[in-house]
Design a protein around this ligand. Structure first.
Ligand code: UDX
Length: 447
């Protein structure tokens, strides 16, 4: 695929500000589409790493795409906003919008800071495109900010990103849809040109106003979070009634109006997006006087957090009522499989609570141990799966990596009564019970 110009002028050059999961992927994938791309980050170490062809986090396929495009000379990384301003026509803002400590609202300091840093270096006619997830109204605010700092020639657009970690490259090169919020035909034309290689393949592109584009992203994440909390609420009822939530999910999922995806009951959602996005959405709705419309998201959040507390209760109960001095192995540290991201990881949250309750907690994860140790230095980390499981009195399966599903429990050394709690409902109960373990899963009957 190669970049083409609908206008017949020189090919568009792109910059991507922020090189985390979103920005690094977007920069590499836009280069893969044929554009000349500059990735910008304030972190020199990250820039050096990317420039040498190494991705600073685990994301399948990304390193190959990065290396291929560095070698082709289409992609480079810098800490210089001046270089980005001079070397690109379209600038994608991909910095983080984390939850503000002690509040529900999003912290927009990185978004504002990156726009302010870029503004003095922008060329006339430049387009600044927000991709970060932001409270509705942010694009409008940034447009005024940019107009004041860089003049009327520079424009803003909004283009929310829906990629999932673990599938970031595939989701960027083959998205379900593209959404652009624009205020002028020119901005629309530029973004149509950027995404032409994708729209040529049939990817739908929806054009709308700023506010709707911003809301599409938080609405989508709220819906996904609600779907997960819905099935986890059903899991609570199933446990009380002696029913099986996995069969229930399968049965309701056949209805195409419901759909079977995102109905995996278990420990619930975590990560750098869903939890903080629903909280920021509630906070923003409150500011807008529409708080009541989103009170259900408070319940979505509490159902989700309740799963973590319930898992700790099950662990305590499995060990006869006390965790003090007991050896517990936690399988999984990443917030989901195929990622090394531990931001708001349900697995690590449970592991830390078990540790704080006096248990000796050993954590295994195929990719995320380094990141986990940075956040929770007091847990015991073991890279070898069998070593991590040996002598465990209780195993908690909290992130559903494939290798845990493939593991034969009969090969785990140890003796005495041993317990397994499946927090993700992907282990085979028969196999674990046959190997001498007690097996308990969230939302399913005891035996
Ligand atoms: C999410 C959105 O899916 C994506 O569109 C958006 O751009 C960013 O936020 P991501 O955070 O990468 O992506 O993870 P996702 O695959 O959505 O999973 C989120 C969490 O929900 C994980 O902790 C996962 O374990 C959990 N989950 C997911 C469930 O508990 N049950 C499910 O059925 C699905």
């Amino acid at each position: 695929m190669s970049a083409t110009t609908a206008t017949g002028s020189a090919p568009l050059r792109l910059s991507v500000i922020g090189t985390g999961y979103l920005g690094a992927t977007h920069a590499a994938c836009m280069a893969e589409l044929g554009f000349e791309v500059i990735g910008v980050d304030v972190d020199q170490a990250k820039v050096d790493r990317l420039q040498s062809g190494r991705v600073p986090f685990f994301e399948p396929e990304l390193e190959e795409v990065l290396q291929r495009n560095l070698q082709a000379g289409r992609l480079r990384f810098t800490t210089s906003f001046a270089e980005a301003g001079a070397g690109a026509d379209v600038h994608f803002i991909c910095v983080g919008t984390p939850q503000t400590p002690g509040a529900n609202a999003a912290d927009l300091s990185q978004v504002r800071g990156s726009v302010d840093a870029l503004a003095p270096h922008l060329q006339p006619g430049a387009l600044v495109v927000g991709k970060s997830t932001v409270p509705v109204g942010t694009a409008d605010e940034l447009a005024s900010r940019l107009a004041a700092a860089a003049g009327p020639d520079v424009e803003v657009a909004w283009n929310p990103e829906f990629l999932r970690e673990g599938f970031a490259v595939a989701d960027t090169l083959r998205p379900d849809r593209l959404v652009i919020g624009v205020r002028s035909a020119r901005a629309e034309q530029i973004l149509r040109e950027v995404y032409q290689p994708l729209t040529d393949q049939g990817v739908p592109l929806l054009v709308m106003d700023f506010a709707t584009a911003e809301l599409v992203k938080v609405a989508a994440n709220s819906f996904l979070a609600t779907k997960i909390s819905f099935i986890n609420a059903m899991a609570e009822v199933c446990e009380a009634a002696g029913a099986d939530v996995t069969l229930l999910a399968q049965a309701i999922g056949y209805d195409p109006r419901i759909g079977s995806r995102f109905l995996a009951a278990g420990l619930g959602f975590g990560g750098g997006c869903l939890p903080k996005d629903i909280r920021a959405f509630m906070a923003r709705a409150g500011e807008l006087g529409a708080e009541e419309a989103l009170t259900f998201l408070r319940e979505v959040d509490s159902i989700n957090l309740r799963r973590r507390a319930h898992t700790v209760d099950l662990a305590r109960a499995a060990l006869g009522g006390s965790l003090g001095g007991r050896t517990v192995t936690v399988l999984g540290a990443a917030f989901k499989p195929d990622s090394d991201d531990v931001r708001d990881s349900p697995a690590l949250d449970v592991a830390a609570t078990l540790h704080n309750s006096g248990a000796r907690v050993v954590v295994h994860d195929p990719k995320a141990l380094e990141n986990a140790a940075r956040v929770y230095p007091n847990l015991i980390y073991q890279q070898d799966l069998i070593a991590a499981l040996s002598d465990a009195e209780l195993v908690l399966h909290l992130t559903e990596w494939r290798e845990y599903r493939d593991l034969d429990p009969a090969t785990i050394p140890g003796s005495g009564t041993r317990h397994c709690i499946d927090g993700r409902n992907t282990l085979d109960p028969q196999r674990w019970r046959a190997a001498g373990w007690t097996y308990r899963a969230l939302g399913r009957p005891l035996a």
